[in-house]
Ligand binder design. Structure first.
Ligand code: ZN
Length: 479
């Protein structure tokens, strides 16, 4: 568990501070931030305090730490896997994550988790919601225990979205053990166990549990999916799932239930302020309205949606409708840049490109030239920080404001890619790539310093991962 620190930290002389807030409040003229006992207690200029730790942020840009709202950490050992590399969602699922899932033992899984978390941490991310769906009957290891242990070791905030399925599309008897479904009662019993063991209710919790059947449409019979929502609300936990990542969801929902995927969710009580959904790329206008009216959240995963060729979610329309926006990197088996800076950069560009694709000549009734106003850097920072904290119900973090928990990323923009930038504040999002992370504070405590993660030997980790990838490939070759 991350402990609150009984110490004072003073960030001095920042070149720019982005707050994560909307409108003109997205920026502040302040240069200094005072943190006491893990909380921001003052923001201003020339602050003076008896600090245990002074961080000189000269020439640095300060952001709220990123909040990643959708991931599958086990996939961190499956990047660029050749059989799935040029496949769309359904064949990719079979070629990569499902083909390899049974080959993970506790050690390989732990290694994957570690790699994924460190990659995120080094981009300035403090909070990770992992949609963990490696579950099958008689699982040989407790994934939850490993996930929380690794996140705690790095000082990160961790939300475990307990995935899984009680039905599969294949014939149960013909499936390998790792693709078999759980029984509903044992799935729900495990959720209850996890809530008792890990779940914290506080608005800056370090550990949360979420009810998260892998996909609301396919993972359970409709009676069970509805029951899972009831149980989640009885336990006081949030709900998360995949939906409408590709057009296949529209076809399946129509064939199985004679309705749209979002309408299906509405009828199973799977919309609301305590629900956030990954992807939502392919939506009909009436579905956007249902999502907005219910104030459901989205984990926007633009890079994975591009990598799988699924499309670009209409975040602008969703936000206008009332949907709460956040950003997730999704699993690294469909996103070879599973860090929050890359994801934010993609989100910024893709909303503009999406709108630009809709531009038509005036002689055909066109009214605009392109989509450059679709998303500002400030919008994307807000989605990836405060937006993420809000969809996770972690309302005490995500922005740089007095009273908030001090999860803060300090980027030193000393790479030539930033030279010549007229507005350094936008650098960490606009210029692409990972910036030098001078400091990352989580609960006011140092999680990264001088671009280094304490007690992590990246060279040794790299060697270990190379061996692990070989082992995984040997497993699937003989399976
Ligand atoms: Zn996903």
């Amino acid at each position: 568990m991350i402990q609150a620190q009984s110490e004072t930290v003073l960030i001095k002389n920042a070149s720019h501070i982005m707050t994560g807030l909307a409108g003109t409040a997205a920026r502040t003229n302040a240069t200094d931030i005072l943190i006491e006992d893990g909380r921001i207690t003052n923001i201003g200029k020339n602050l003076v305090a008896q600090a245990n730790h002074v961080i000189d942020a000269k020439d640095c840009v300060v952001y709220p730490a990123w909040v990643n709202t959708h991931h599958h950490l086990f996939q961190s050992l499956l990047k660029g896997e050749p059989q799935g590399l040029n496949q769309t969602l359904t064949p990719w699922l079979a070629a990569t994550p499902y083909r390899f899932r049974g080959s993970f033992d506790a050690n390989l899984f732990r290694l994957a988790v570690k790699v994924g978390l460190i990659e995120l941490l080094r981009s300035g991310c403090a909070t990770v919601a992992d949609h963990h769906y490696l579950y099958w009957p008689d699982m040989p290891f407790d994934g939850a225990e490993i996930l929380f242990e690794e996140a705690n070791a790095l000082g990160m905030r961790f939300v475990l979205c307990r995935g899984g399925a009680t039905q599969t599309r294949g014939l149960e008897a013909e499936l390998p053990q790792a693709l078999r479904a759980e029984k509903f009662d044992s799935y729900m019993a495990d959720v209850e166990r996890l809530v008792k063991a890990y779940h914290q209710d506080t608005p800056n919790a370090s550990q949360r549990i979420v009810m998260a059947p892998t996909t609301a449409l396919h993972s359970m019979p409709s009676t069970e999916i509805k029951e899972s929502a009831r149980i989640a609300r009885e336990l006081g936990i949030y709900l998360h799932t995949h939906l409408s990542e590709t057009v296949d969801y529209l076809d399946s929902a129509k064939a199985k239930f004679g309705m749209t995927p979002v309408q299906f969710c509405a009828e199973q009580d799977w919309l609301g302020e305590d629900v956030w959904i990954a992807h939502l790329v392919k939506l009909l206008p009436e579905e956007i309205k249902l999502l907005g009216d219910s104030k459901t959240g989205i984990a926007h995963c633009p890079q994975s949606n591009c990598r799988l060729g699924s499309g670009i979610a209409d975040i602008v329309a969703l936000e206008q409708a009332g949907v709460r926006i956040s950003i997730g990197v999704d699993g690294a088996a469909s996103n070879e840049a599973a860090d929050m800076q890359s994801e934010a950069h993609a989100a910024w560009l893709l909303q503009r490109a999406r709108k630009g694709m809709l531009a038509t000549p005036k002689y055909e009734g066109g009214t605009f030239e392109g989509g450059a106003a679709a998303a500002t850097v400030e919008d994307v920072i807000r989605w990836g920080t405060l937006g993420g904290a809000n969809v996770l119900g972690l309302t005490d973090l995500g922005s740089i404001e007095i009273g908030k928990t001090a999860d803060i990323a300090i980027y030193q923009l000393d790479d030539p890619r930033y030279f010549g930038l007229h507005d350094m504040a936008i650098g960490p999002v606009a210029c692409a790539g990972r910036a030098h992370l001078k400091n990352l504070l989580i609960n006011g405590k140092t999680a990264v310093e001088g671009d280094q993660v304490p007690n992590v030997d990246l060279q040794a980790l790299s060697y270990e991962v190379q061996q692990a990838v070989k082992t995984l490939n040997k497993h699937v070759a003989v399976a």
